[in-house]
Design a protein around this ligand. Structure first.
Ligand SMILES: [Fe+2]
Ligand SMILES: [Fe+2]
Length: 357
């Protein structure tokens, strides 16, 4: 199978990473803001409900709306002098600790890493807004259109909340990682409504729920915790839409279409995993005297690497893909070899029912 970003691959021991080292190329990727996305729009003349479970989700969305300006207490402080994340949740803080740097430096590193991670989630939220707007056009039934329209409003609110948190409280918004830009463009340019739903709603929303949930459990800041709690409530509705829609898609798909979806899901997630925080470490590492490649090589040979690395995958996206029949014996071992599936000790793994909340 042809892997994404083949020109940026490099072997670190047994593991193949994706690494961007040319700053001009990175700048060009970020400057590419016009993306041609194919779209076939669908009219529907049936205004009554055809898919009851989606109508229910739409109703649930209506009563659970919130206001990012009014419902969060923006007077709550966020400071570099306090721990914003537990040390365990910040790779930079952990490395600073191992290097014998003082606690103030470790706290500052955790603060910077949080700003970087939230910035990437923010860019992902923008992609969700864009693709969901496409779905209002591409999907076939009125229930799907109504639901997708309500999700567009949710995603706008997430962009509002996270961008305000970054600019008001953390003081910066970091630019998008090159690997993430390429992957989001790949999803936004998917040709069919089926692929758009699989890509954004199952893969990216599934990853987002996993990352937000881990972030909330490691947060040491009350405003951050509350903002994520509210965003997550919406995100679980979005992941539910992905699962419900994909269940109908896989029921109707033949073996060839199933294999194509399974390969595409693997291709996207494999590339996401292959970056291994290198984009973040190259950007922030030098400030703390950290060498990105050395740290990544050391991380990859840690005895518990696969257990830790698999956590955001095992949280929601892997259970959901398994449940849909989109991880079979064809790809299961490859996910395992790459540290994305880890069966023993994955305590955070949820059942698919729980995962769609
Ligand atoms: Fe969102
Ligand atoms: Fe979402």
């Amino acid at each position: 199978m042809n892997r994404l970003m083949q020109d940026h691959r490099k072997r670190f021991g047994d593991f193949e990473v994706i690494e961007f080292v040319d700053d001009q190329e990175i700048a060009r990727l970020r400057a590419k803001t016009d993306v041609a996305a194919p779209l076939t729009l669908n009219w529907s003349w049936e205004y009554g409900s055809e898919v009851e479970e989606l109508r229910n989700l739409y109703e649930k969305g209506k009563v659970n709306q919130w206001n990012a300006e009014r419902d969060l207490d923006w007077s709550m402080p966020v400071s570099k002098d306090d721990w914003v994340l537990s040390t365990e949740a910040s790779m930079l803080a952990q490395v600073c600790k191992l290097m014998g740097r003082d606690e103030a430096t470790q706290k500052a590193a955790a603060f910077d890493e949080l700003a970087h991670l939230l910035s990437q989630l923010l860019h992902g939220e923008q992609a969700a807004l864009q693709i969901c707007g496409q779905l209002t056009n591409a999907c076939a039934t009125m229930d799907e259109k109504w639901y997708a329209a309500s999700q567009v409003a949710d995603e706008a609110r997430h962009i509002e909340a996270i961008s305000k948190f970054l600019s008001r409280k953390l003081g910066t918004i970091y630019p998008i990682n090159p690997t993430l830009k390429i992957l989001l463009d790949e999803l936004l340019q998917a040709e069919t409504a089926r692929k758009k739903t699989l890509g954004m709603q199952t893969l990216f929303e599934g990853m987002a729920v996993g990352i937000f949930d881990l972030l909330r459990s490691e947060s040491k800041n009350a405003l951050l915790t509350e903002m994520i709690r509210r965003v997550e409530q919406d995100e679980s509705r979005h992941a539910a839409f992905g699962v419900l829609t994909m269940r109908r898609v896989v029921r109707e798909a033949d073996a060839e279409e199933m294999a194509e979806m399974e390969d595409w899901a693997f291709r996207i997630l494999e590339a996401l995993n292959a970056n291994q925080q290198l984009d973040m470490l190259r950007l922030l590492g030098p400030k703390y005297g950290i060498d990105a490649e050395n740290i990544t090589k050391a991380t990859l040979v840690m005895p518990n690497w696969a257990e830790l690395n698999s956590m955001p995958y095992m949280h929601t996206v892997v259970p959901n893909l398994r449940n849909l029949g989109l991880i079979t014996e064809r790809t299961e071992d490859r996910y395992r070899e790459l540290g994305m599936i880890y069966d023993r000790g994955s305590r955070r793994q949820q059942s698919p029912e729980l995962a769609i909340g």
